[in-house]
Design a protein around this ligand. Structure first.
Ligand code: SF4
Length: 210
């Protein structure tokens, strides 16, 4: 997508120096994200490192206006080293596409970078140990909107334990960014009657980021 933007800028006669500067910024963002990636693969700050195959940093457009934040890698994510690639991830991808966007255009991350055993919820201590990595990712990508997927993402960012069925759909202001709250797609898989609501929520989150 950046390549397309750069081409359009060149075509309309945009200053070559500005185009080059954008390329430099992209390179720097990717370098800093890779630095975090190296750190999480060595990280032993919490017990979750013991069971991981691959730590999962996150992925997507480093210039994205929206970052989706989930809980932690599951089995597939742990094996592939990529976020949201299992069934729940496929539902998220479907919702993003239904909203007229593409997975490569957004950024996707989790509160915890290593898989909890039996996919249990990470403890608050484990969440807090891992959060500095996510905070750095947010600073680097600098999205306008944080879309919190489920209760763990909500607690990790907003520091209060929510009733997600009451909080979903809310739009909050948080440290100069817009926070939008919805279900985790794994919850939607268990509660298929919420699928259309989830699709609508993801569309709204993406529209907030435009
Ligand atoms: S979950 Fe986060 S804090 Fe815990 S070991 Fe993995 S990278 Fe480190």
């Amino acid at each position: 997508m950046l390549r397309e933007i750069l081409q359009i800028l060149k075509d309309v006669g945009f200053d070559e120096l500005i185009v080059e500067r954008l390329q430099e910024v992209k390179k720097e963002k990717l370098r800093r994200l890779e630095e975090i990636n190296q750190e999480i693969h060595r990280c032993v700050k919490c017990e979750l490192h013991k069971g991981r195959n691959k730590a999962v940093l996150g992925e997507g457009n480093p210039f994205s206006n929206i970052m989706f934040i989930g809980e932690a890698p599951g089995e597939e994510e742990d094996l592939q080293g990529r976020p949201f690639v299992g069934k729940a991830g496929q539902l998220l991808t479907q919702a993003i596409e239904r909203a007229g966007s593409r997975r490569e255009e957004v950024y996707i991350a989790n509160i915890n970078k290593c898989r909890p055993p039996e996919n249990r919820q990470p403890t608050i201590q484990e969440q807090e140990a891992c959060l500095p990595f996510l905070e750095r990712q947010i600073e680097i990508v600098n999205p306008k909107v944080l879309c919190l997927l489920g209760a763990t993402a909500y607690r990790g960012i907003l520091k209060t334990q929510p009733k997600i069925t009451q909080e979903r759909g809310k739009v909050l202001d948080f440290r100069g960014r817009t926070v939008f709250i919805t279900y985790h797609p794994a919850y939607v898989l268990r509660n298929p009657t919420e699928k259309e609501t989830f699709f609508r929520d993801i569309k709204m989150a993406i529209e907030l980021a435009i």
